[in-house]
Design a protein around this ligand. Structure first.
Ligand SMILES: [Zn+2]
Length: 406
């Protein structure tokens, strides 16, 4: 089984290298925006959209023109990859997966990608990496890279540069460990398992909310683009990245623990995107319970349920297990003891008490047990060949490749 895995490290560039990194990211942004503007102009004139090859010819032209000759100082492969990204953005738009591609702004997702492994040298013993036109770059070698290097992405976040090394390697077919478990995701308890164990929420955003608000207020009082404004801006960004880091760390630890101890995890197929839709609504259809909903939205987005599910999916696949999503139907209102379905079973948020047989348990545990039952039923259908499309988010190709982006 081929495993694709990415390893991410903090870079430690020299001053000269950092200037180069910024310049290259800027060149890529310029090329992206210029190509997008070109496509838009062609559309307005009724001309057909240029393909990737056509855009690459334009890029060569720009690199040779005297007014944009500075583009030739940046490595050509990352510039071409930027055009590929634009092509993908258009494809996603035409497939109605994404909105129309937007122009890139400085400081938002600054990154570029080296696609050719022949041009990349990785010297793990000395914690350094060779990239074209940058030379040897030092990085924080926090763990070993396993497998053959496929490509390298350099990115900037919170004022720091990172490198993500994507690799491919063959691994033995994994043997799953443990049994089946149902999982209920919630606000009060982040995750509850059907065996009764639960994980408290981290609420990284809530914990930093006051600090963040103060920093944002301080920023708003500064003169825009002044020295002090830049300092305050950096402070805000730092808090944001700290919140993100804490959340990522928590999600990874939780999903690793669960995937290591279970061969089959059943989860409710929650349309998180719908739940976190704008609470305010539109002018024609103003939203209901705006206050309560925006609070809920904040919590849901803060928990990172989608990311958690994505991690569980690929980590279980690595371990030979599987994630099964079941439609959420009466999972919180069905009695696991006698099967009685009633909204009265759940009088409060936390307590479940069956009105028919008197069974009592924490509501989240009941939800998890019901999810596990539904998961077993779904799994049986799939094995017996009953046609049922896979639930959203658990779709995986059967080529034996598990993908991950860390
Ligand atoms: Zn009952």
């Amino acid at each position: 089984m081929q495993r694709l895995q990415a390893y991410k490290y903090a870079l430690r560039p020299t001053g000269q290298q950092e200037r180069q990194l910024r310049r290259f990211a800027g060149s890529c942004r310029f090329v992206y925006n210029r190509a997008l503007a070109l496509q838009q102009a062609r559309y307005e004139h009724g001309e057909p959209k240029l393909g990737y090859a056509g855009l690459c010819r334009c890029l060569t032209d720009w690199r040779n023109r005297p007014e944009t000759a500075w583009l030739a100082e940046a490595p050509v492969h990352p510039l071409q990859q930027t055009l590929k990204d634009l092509e993908r953005a258009y494809a996603n738009f035409f497939a109605q997966r994404a909105a129309f591609p937007r122009f890139k702004k400085k400081g938002q997702g600054d990154s570029f990608r080296y696609p050719d492994p022949k041009q990349i040298k990785l010297d793990q013993a000395n914690s350094r990496l060779f990239l074209p036109k940058l030379g040897w770059l030092r990085y924080r070698h926090s763990r070993d890279v396993l497998g053959a290097v496929k490509n390298v992405t350099v990115s900037r976040s919170g004022g720091q540069w990172f490198v993500s090394i994507q690799t491919e390697r063959a691994v033995d077919p994994p043997i799953p460990n443990g049994g089946a478990v149902g999982l209920d995701l919630g606000i009060v308890r982040f995750a509850t398992l059907s065996d009764g164990t639960f994980y408290a929420p981290l609420n990284s955003f809530k914990r930093h909310e006051t600090t963040l608000r103060q920093a944002q207020q301080a920023l708003s009082r500064k003169v825009k683009f002044s020295r002090n404004w830049k300092k305050a801006k950096a402070r805000v960004q730092k808090i944001h990245s700290r919140i993100g880091n804490a959340r990522r760390d928590y999600l990874h630890k939780t999903s690793t623990t669960i995937s290591q101890n279970h061969a089959m995890v059943c989860i409710e197929d929650l349309p998180v995107r719908n739940m976190s839709k704008s609470a305010t609504g539109t002018t024609e259809q103003p939203g209901k319970n705006v206050r309560a909903k925006s609070g809920l939205n904040k919590s849901i987005l803060d928990q990172g349920w989608f990311e958690f599910r994505r991690q569980l999916d690929y980590k279980l696949a690595w371990k030979g297990g599987r994630l099964i999503a079941v439609p959420p139907r009466n999972t919180s209102r069905t009695c696991p003891c006698c099967g009685h379905v009633s909204a009265d079973n759940r009088r409060t948020q936390a307590r479940f008490a069956c009105v028919a047989c008197g069974f009592e348990e924490h509501a989240d545990v009941v939800g998890a047990i019901n999810v596990l039952r539904a998961g077993h039923a779904r799994f049986a259908c799939e094995v017996s060949g009953a046609v049922r499309p896979p639930a959203a988010g658990t779709h995986r190709s059967d080529s034996g490749t598990a993908q991950c982006r860390v």
